[in-house]
Design a protein around this ligand. Structure first.
Ligand code: SF4
Length: 214
C-alpha cells in the first residue's frame, strides 16, 4: 500500500501545483489579453472599471482596488488612455476630481479579458489572510531566486528597494517601513511591482522568520 511519502517530496508537490496553476494562466482568455497588448495589471483595471459602469473610478480608488501605489496605477491608466481603452473626465459631483471610465473599445476588451482575472482572484480569495501572507512571502523568495539565476526579468520589489527597512518595528503587525512615504507596513503589503522603487545595494529578501497577519 502506498503511503504519503511515496508520492514525492513536498518540493515536487509544490512544483506540480504550480504547473496546474500555470495552466489557468495560459488559458485562452489570458492569451487574449496578451494579444490585445494589455498587461495583467491593465486587464485588472479594465475589469474594475467595467464593474463600476458609467460611474467610473478615481485614480486613488483604482490603486486601492489593485493594492498598488498611486504612481503604479497612474502609469497603467496612462497606457490604457494612450490605447484608447479608458477616458478621463471631470467628475459631475466634484469638478476638480478626475473620473476614469471605459471607452466603448475598452468595454469590449474588458468583456473579453475579465473572466481570467475574476477566476484567479476568486481562487486566491479562497485562502485565509494568513495563507495569503505566507504565499506572498514564498512567491517573493522564489521570484528573487529565479531573477538571480537570470530566468525571469528583475522587477521592482520592496525586498530589493533602497527605501525598504525590513523589521524596523519587531513584534508589530506592521514591522517594515517605507522611507519614501515614511510609513510602516506589513507583509501583506509587500510590493512585487512598485514604480517608485529604486534598486538597493543589498538584497533583503530574507525578512524574518515570523509572518504577520497584516
Ligand atoms: S519600499 Fe520601495 S518598493 Fe516598497 S513601497 Fe516603498 S518605494 Fe515602493
Amino acid at each position: 500500500m502506498m503511503n504519503h511519502s511515496d508520492q514525492g517530496s513536498t518540493e515536487q508537490r509544490i512544483l506540480v501545483g504550480l504547473s496546474k496553476i500555470s495552466l489557468a494562466l495560459k488559458s485562452q482568455s489570458w492569451q487574449d489579453a496578451g494579444q490585445h497588448g494589455v498587461s495583467p495589471t491593465q486587464a485588472q483595471i479594465l475589469s474594475l472599471l467595467q464593474a463600476k459602469g458609467d460611474e467610473g473610478m478615481r485614480l486613488a480608488a483604482v490603486a486601492e482596488g489593485l493594492a498598488v501605489t498611486p504612481a503604479t496605477a497612474s502609469d497603467a491608466v496612462r497606457v490604457l488612455d494612450e490605447k484608447g481603452l479608458v477616458q478621463k473626465m471631470r467628475s459631475p459631483q466634484d469638478g476638480r476630481a478626475i473620473t476614469i471610465t471605459l471607452t466603448p473599445k475598452g468595454q469590449k476588451l474588458a468583456a473579453q479579458t475579465s473572466c481570467w482575472s475574476d477566476l484567479l482572484l476568486d481562487a486566491v480569495g479562497e485562502l485565509s489572510e494568513l495563507e495569503q501572507t505566507v504565499f506572498l512571502r514564498g512567491l517573493i523568495k522564489m521570484i528573487r531566486k529565479l531573477q538571480e539565476a537570470g530566468q525571469i526579468p528583475i522587477s521592482k520589489m520592496c525586498v530589493t528597494c533602497r527605501f525598504f527597512q525590513p523589521n524596523r518595528y519587531p513584534g508589530s503587525d506592521q514591522p517594515h517601513h517605507c522611507d519614501l512615504v515614511d510609513a510602516p507596513f506589513g507583509d501583506r503589503n509587500l510590493h512585487l511591482e512598485c514604480s517608485e522603487q529604486i534598486e538597493a545595494a543589498v538584497d533583503r529578501t530574507t525578512l524574518d522568520k515570523s509572518v504577520k497577519k497584516k
